[in-house]
Design a protein around this ligand. Structure first.
Ligand code: BGC
Length: 766
């Protein structure tokens, strides 16, 4: 009997291990074999995430948290242990890793991710090497905190300055947005973790974001809105792409085969995985069919619908398998799959340094009437945001941080003399105002600046006597889900205008100067008050080291070198999309007509001769630069032209310059913007008298425009002007070359066509 039982046990062990061996395991067997072993139920479960609020947390279940092991992560994929498939974790971006701070077991220590400057600030540096460093540092946080993919960067075009998520995005120009995104992605992914470039595509507003239908021409889509993604995706192969909430010409982005398969996969050769934005789209089987591989964050009903669609032959099992293959391909690359033993040990010191450096380099000096830099001065520090500085936006773009340095703190650490009584008044005022806020509508209320402290003229007079200079900060913040408004965001409030006017009036009477810092998420009105003050600097939302970066710029320790990556109009109504944003019908827009076509930002202002307050590409320095030499390889275009310039620091202070290359096309056979940015480069830190050579190469695809009638990228013949400068207006060199005959660079598929006729503005009609 005993012998019998033993034999049976051995037989059982042998057969069960044989069975175990037969079950394909991810990593040990091919992806196809693993998919072959999945049941239909496993498959339809696997192509969606694990949902919200289902985390097991670090120390057991945590109600309301999401994303498996990492509390505060945005989501996770479904694990299938029997096939060796682990869950992987995704968490927001793009200004830093958005997770809950991590409590270290058996210790009182809590560890935080770093908050870097907002996307626009990084882009304002025009420094791809710096964007790469930011990505590298952020990616290290991703790895250290046990996350596999960060949900960023945001490569949407800043079509209208009222978009509530502009702060997460880079620029109104696709060459800036695409190249900064590419550098950032390379940086993140050098840590062997992934990114999700988002929100693909034409997600340019928050109003009605879940259902707005973007009605847009194929040309504007290809040349502006898709271009930023195309550049970044082709250059840096992000691990994942996030499809957007909106519709494009009638179809949800996440349900669009034309967008996600024809363009992204077939034309651009994207090899990675596509996920939806959170709860995006309506028709889940259609999402599967479109090539939207993963549905996030994941709901049961999605699996049910997809199963039904398979059973009813509405979608094929091949579609499902193809998507699963992409998800598994992603999982194979991740730290979770490789069982990376993350220690929740971020490199805080290095991260803080990169955060500060990028914050300082993204600050844009707009006006400097011999006032900056200054040291050792007694500053009358005014404006709520000087004390309660906005360091980052809200919503998924927010970062939970350990600390942040306000402007007050940064300036006082740097040795400036500040008035402590003034500080107390401001702090008391801010606290009181915040407490008095209506409790409802919390999120919105929390991000809006509180009313400015009213500094009486008599008090201002005393301040002016005891200070050498006045520094006023005007603050704005924004977040996902709502757009900005002209009245509350773009325009200054009466209190803010009074503060600027009174300060300027009283300080100037005493021969003292006034500087305004703009601690803002996106551009605001400057034209109506810029003449009243002596200096203006945009600090953006500069991340956790805000005040230290700011003090470096004010004191001259860092020479400002940020330039605007968007145009600042004279007034909101000058914005080319002002009439059509956020869409129709006005009460609850469902359609957004992109009537301005390719004329977004400076493409519009330069072509329609509209004056602006500060032009795209503008930014001052404490030194001056000049271009001392320029060359072109050939004046007849063959396959490419090389343009060389030498730039020299002709001032007294070391500094960096942004060299911008624009092209004016002949515009004879096609409508063309007056100028288009085709290249840019940030110099190294050049000390006084030093020069740097910079080379740009322009290929036919750089010069091509999209001809919708032929569905082709075409270079028209004629004389092209290359304009090199340090802003879109300040052109320092112009070089011409000829294209003898038309070049068809690429024929593409005729997709994403508008289904209704609508007007697009034309220079010829103005
Ligand atoms: C946002 C995405 C974000 C996701 C996960 C969505 O509401 O649009 O940008 O990555 O939530 O938090």
């Amino acid at each position: 009997m005993k012998v019998y039982i033993k034999t049976a046990a051995i037989i059982f062990l042998l057969t069960s291990s044989a069975v175990a061996q037969q079950v394909p395991q991810l990593g040990k067997h091919t992806i196809k074999e693993v998919i072959g072993a999945m049941t239909l139920d496993e498959k339809v479960d696997f192509i969606k995430g694990i949902g919200m609020g289902v985390s097991s947390g670090q120390n057991g279940p945590v109600a309301g948290s999401i994303g498996g092991r990492v509390i505060g992560a945005a989501g996770a994929t479904t694990k299938i242990p029997r096939l060796g498939i682990p869950e992987i974790i995704v968490a927001d971006g793009p200004a830093g890793l958005r997770i809950e701070p991590v409590k270290i077991m058996n210790s009182s220590e809590v560890r935080y991710a770093t908050a870097f400057p907002m996307g626009t600030a990084v882009a304002s540096s025009w420094n791809t090497a710096l964007a790469n460093k930011v990505g590298k540092a952020m990616g290290n946080d991703v790895l250290q905190f046990g996350v596999d993919v960060i949900l960023g960067p945001g490569a949407n075009i800043q079509r209208n300055l009222l978009c509530g998520r502009n702060f997460e995005y880079y620029s109104e120009d696709p060459v800036v947005a695409g190249n900064i995104a590419a550098a950032f992605i390379d940086g993140v992914q050098s840590n062997n973790v992934g990114v999700s470039i988002k929100h693909f595509a034409a997600n340019n507003q928050e109003t009605s974001r879940n259902y707005i239908d973007v009605i847009i021409s194929q040309r504007a889509l290809r040349e502006i809105y898709l271009k930023a993604f195309e550049i970044a995706i082709k250059k840096s192969q992000p691990w994942t792409v996030m499809s957007s909430y909106n519709k494009i010409n009638g179809t949800y982005a996440s349900e669009s085969h034309e967008l996600l398969t024809t363009i992204l996969r077939d034309e651009w050769k994207f090899k990675g995985m596509v996920m939806t934005d959170w709860f995006a789209g309506r028709d889940y089987p259609l999402q599967v069919k479109a090539g939207n591989d993963l549905l996030m964050p994941g709901r049961k009903r999605e699996s049910q619908k997809i199963k039904e669609a398979i059973e009813n032959n509405e979608i094929s099992i091949q579609d499902l398998d193809r998507n699963i293959e992409k998800i598994l391909g992603l999982i194979l690359k991740t730290p979770s799959f490789k069982k990376y033993n993350h220690q929740n040990a971020p490199d805080d010191k290095n991260n803080a340094m990169i955060s500060k450096q990028s914050a300082a380099e993204g600050m844009v000096l707009l006006k400097n009437n011999n006032v900056l830099p200054f040291r050792e001065k007694r500053i009358a520090l005014l404006g709520n945001s000087s004390y309660d500085t906005f360091v980052g936006g809200t919503g998924s773009g927010e970062v939970n941080i350990a600390h942040s340095v306000s402007f007050w703190e940064g300036l006082s650490k740097a040795g400036f003399k500040l008035d402590n009584r003034l500080k107390s008044s401001y702090m008391g005022h801010i606290e009181k105002e915040k407490l008095a806020r209506p409790k409802r509508n919390n999120i919105l209320e929390a991000i809006k600046p509180v009313g400015e402290l009213n500094v009486e003229r008599s008090k201002m007079d005393t301040l002016a006597n005891s200070s050498d200079i006045a520094l006023i900060t005007i603050g704005r913040n924004a977040g996902e889900g709502t757009d900005r408004s002209v009245t509350n965001d773009f325009n200054l409030s009466d209190q803010e205008m009074t503060l600027i006017k009174n300060t300027a009036d009283i300080f100037h009477q005493k021969g003292k100067k006034v500087v305004v810092a703009l601690n803002i998420d996106a551009l605001i009105d400057v034209a109506s008050w810029k003449d009243l003050v002596d200096g203006i600097i945009i600090t953006w939302l500069p991340g956790q080291e805000a005040g230290d970066a700011f003090a470096e710029i004010i004191s001259g320790k860092t020479n400002p070198s940020g330039h605007l990556a968007q145009s600042l109009p004279l007034k909101y109504t000058d914005v080319p999309s002002a009439g059509s944003f956020p869409g129709l019908p006005k009460e609850r827009p469902t359609k957004s007509y992109y009537n301005e076509g390719v004329y977004v930002g400076y493409r519009y202002y330069s072509s329609f001769n509209k004056p602006v307050c500060y032009e795209f590409g503008f930014g001052l320095s404490y030194t001056q630069f000049s271009i001392t030499n320029s060359t072109i390889s050939n004046s007849k275009f063959k396959e490419a032209v090389d343009v060389g310039i030498t730039i020299k620091n002709i001032g007294k202070t070391a500094g960096k310059e942004v060299v911008q290359l624009y092209v004016s096309a002949p515009g004879k056979t096609m409508e063309k913007p007056e100028i288009e940015l085709k290249g840019f480069e940030k110099t190294e830190l050049l000390s006084s008298g030093k020069s740097q050579k910079i080379k740009f190469t322009l290929t036919a695809s750089d010069l091509a425009s999209f001809d919708s009638s032929r569905s082709a990228w075409v270079v028209e013949p004629g004389t092209y002007k290359i304009k090199i400068g340090n802003s879109s207006k300040n052109i320092l060199r112009t070089i011409t070359f000829e294209v003898d005959k038309e070049i068809i660079v690429e024929k593409v598929t005729d997709v994403l066509k508008p289904k209704e006729a609508f007007e697009e503005i034309k220079v010829a009609n103005q």
